[in-house]
Design a binder for this molecule. Structure first.
Ligand code: FAQ
Length: 345
């Protein structure tokens, strides 16, 4: 009965708060309760809604890390655009890498709706203050790596991001709908490339196997630490930012991907991998968490190279930002003083 009364009160406050008299100032406890009730009722949180500072901070952290991952993620594949073996493959790869840039753009924009300053976020990436996905610190050594990235890395990304289309923050959820559609194309092009290699010559098949050997474990690490070690998961789940845990998503990915490797005739590099009839899932071996944390802390095979490349891109792009600012200023002036602007021109 008491719970029902509270629910009714929250409903009235949430939907009819404009009727409240000015003297009825809501306490932060009230605001938090209204916020949580919206989350519980699957109502999306929008930029102008009240939200706890910690929710805003968590989202800015996660969305900006995600945006950084997208634009750093352009580098390992971008490296192969000039060396793609045919015009068809070059076009596909070019389009995919451009898509990743677009994903970065939507995500930085989503972070800006939370009051984050985009330039500050980029500075955090370039100075090593902000994280980005560990996976992009591994090198692309042969052409089959491009297939393995599409198949495994985009495959892991979709597994995680389909959940994020239902995340509680509206702009992030909506950005993820489009991103997932594109990632799904990326995953298919990667698998199609792996099929061409695996069903090709013995040398091509060996390249595909080598790529799988090197990308399998880093792909499993993309889902983050075990649930027991995950610092943000509990709170992120209460706020429905996350709807599945790191380990649940990792297991989903393994269950879906192992039969795909079997179809290709490739061997997953894990001697402990076997189907567990009782659990209805694959059991798999231990992840090397020392390697994971080492990469996350900046000591992976390509961390320095990646940040150097992003820093160069940022510096080389300074004139574009300056020109855009000057153009925006001119437009603003024209709006304020249309006649003076015409005379000056
Ligand atoms: N790498 O408490 P949790 C893509 C950090 S996009 C580096 O479990 P959370 C598309 C974590 O930040 C791939 N750091 O954290 C593409 C936290 O550190 P902090 C990126 C990691 O946030 C394809 C600490 O460990 N996707 O691939 C990693 O609840 C091909 C504790 O971890 C997203 O960003 C990692 N793998 O869960 C592009 C999706 N894992 O911040 C180009 C959105 C964890 O306290 C080519 N993000 N950490 O200093 C998420 O879903 C979550 O942030 C997780 C981590 C699941 C990544």
């Amino acid at each position: 009965m008491f719970a029902t009364l509270i629910k009714i009160r929250l409903h009235l406050q949430r939907n009819f708060c404009f009727l409240l008299q000015p003297y009825q100032i809501m306490t932060s406890v009230n605001l938090e309760a209204i916020f949580q009730s919206k989350i519980d009722d699957e109502v999306k949180i929008e930029p102008k809604d009240w939200m706890p500072d910690a929710y805003r901070k968590t989202l800015i952290r996660q969305i900006s890390q995600h945006a950084h991952s997208e634009i750093v993620g352009m580098l390992p594949e971008g490296n192969w655009i000039t060396r793609a073996p045919s015009l068809r493959r070059k076009l596909i790869l070019l389009a995919k890498v451009q898509d990743e840039a677009g994903h970065g753009l939507y995500l930085y924009s989503a972070a800006e709706t939370l009051g984050a300053d985009r330039d500050e976020l980029v500075q955090q990436l370039l100075t090593g203050k902000a994280k980005y996905s560990s996976i992009f610190n591994y090198p692309t050594l042969n052409w089959a790596d491009i297939g393995a990235i599409g198949w495994l890395v985009d495959g892991a990304a979709i597994t995680n991001q389909v959940m994020l289309t239902r995340t509680s923050y509206g702009p992030y959820a909506r950005a993820m709908v489009r991103i997932c559609k594109e990632e799904s194309f990326h995953q298919r092009q990667g698998y199609e490339l792996m099929m061409a290699m695996s069903f090709g010559s013995p040398e091509q098949k060996a390249m595909a196997q080598d790529a799988l050997n090197r990308w399998w474990w880093p792909a499993l690490m993309m889902f983050g630490p075990h649930d027991s070690e995950s610092t943000h998961s509990d709170q992120a789940s209460k706020w429905k930012i996350k709807r599945k845990s790191n380990d649940e998503l990792r297991q989903n990915f393994v269950d879906v991907t192992v039969p795909q490797a079997e179809y290709l005739g490739l061997t997953v590099p894990d001697p402990d991998l076997r189907w567990n009839e009782e659990r209805g899932h694959y059991d798999f071996g231990k992840i090397n968490w020392d390697e994971f944390w080492n990469v996350v802390k900046g000591n992976g095979p390509c961390n320095r190279q990646r940040i150097q490349a992003r820093t160069k891109a940022y510096e080389d792009g300074a004139w574009v930002r300056e020109a855009a600012m000057a153009h925006a200023e001119k437009k603003e002036q024209r709006k304020l003083q249309p006649e003076a602007a015409v005379k000056a021109a």
